[in-house]
Design a binder for this molecule. Structure first.
Ligand code: IMP
Length: 195
């Protein structure tokens, strides 16, 4: 019989929390603010997983299970940039200026292939578990759509004709890098009898 545990999600982002709760349905998932006010972690890692680990580790004193994610866009023709610097790619660091910088960098690039990556790190009673999810696609040459955030207006997932920003949130969330990573984590938590 699985023991019911409160999972601490190292985020205070309502959308992420909702997505995590939807996928881990029935599990008591609480944001970091439920456990502490002290949640500022400098993302000094060299990979998505290292940054996710730093966030999870910071909160691991507060709960038996802590999960943290880090994600971003990797463009193959740009040596996987912006990567871990996705949110701070341009000087201003806004979604708009990041997308503008990306489109400029890709002006003469024919190979438009890219992927979103999400690494989720769970610290379970001191043990670290790490799961990565991906969604592959291409970068459009101009922004389209108003939904979502970040690079959604220029990312077209393979098998679709619309950008993430032109899709309904439910459709994006059913195929996203975060969804894929969370599903893998869910399997692991079930296998361990934790949920
Ligand atoms: P974080 O891991 O949620 O902090 O995301 C880091 C950055 O990666 C965001 O600020 C976005 O620029 C980019 N990013 C991550 N996931 C997505 C997504 O689903 N759509 C668009 N941009 C994303």
């Amino acid at each position: 019989m699985a023991t019911k545990k409160i999972i601490c999600a190292a985020t205070n982002n309502e959308n992420k929390l909702k997505e995590i709760r939807e996928i881990l349905n029935g599990v008591d998932v609480q944001p970091s603010s439920y456990f502490t006010r002290d949640f500022y972690v400098e993302e000094t890692g060299n990979s998505f997983c290292e940054n996710a680990y730093l966030k999870a580790k910071h909160l691991s004193i507060y709960a038996d299970i802590v999960i943290a994610d880090d994600s971003g866009l990797e463009v193959f023709a740009l040596n996987n940039e912006p990567g871990i610097f996705s949110s701070r790619y341009s000087k201003e660091g806004t979604d708009r200026s990041n997308v503008e910088k990306l489109l400029k960098a890709m002006e003469n690039i024919i190979d438009r292939r890219a992927r979103f990556t999400c690494c989720i790190v769970a610290i379970i009673n001191g043990e670290t578990v790490q799961k990565e999810g991906f969604i592959y696609g291409t970068i459009k040459d101009h922004p389209a759509g108003n939904n979502g955030f970040g690079y959604d207006p220029v990312f077209i997932p393979n098998g679709y004709e619309k950008t993430f920003a032109e899709m309904k949130k439910e459709v994006k969330n059913s195929i996203s890098h975060r969804k894929n990573a969370l599903e893998l984590l869910k399997k692991e938590l079930i296998m361990r009898g934790l949920i």
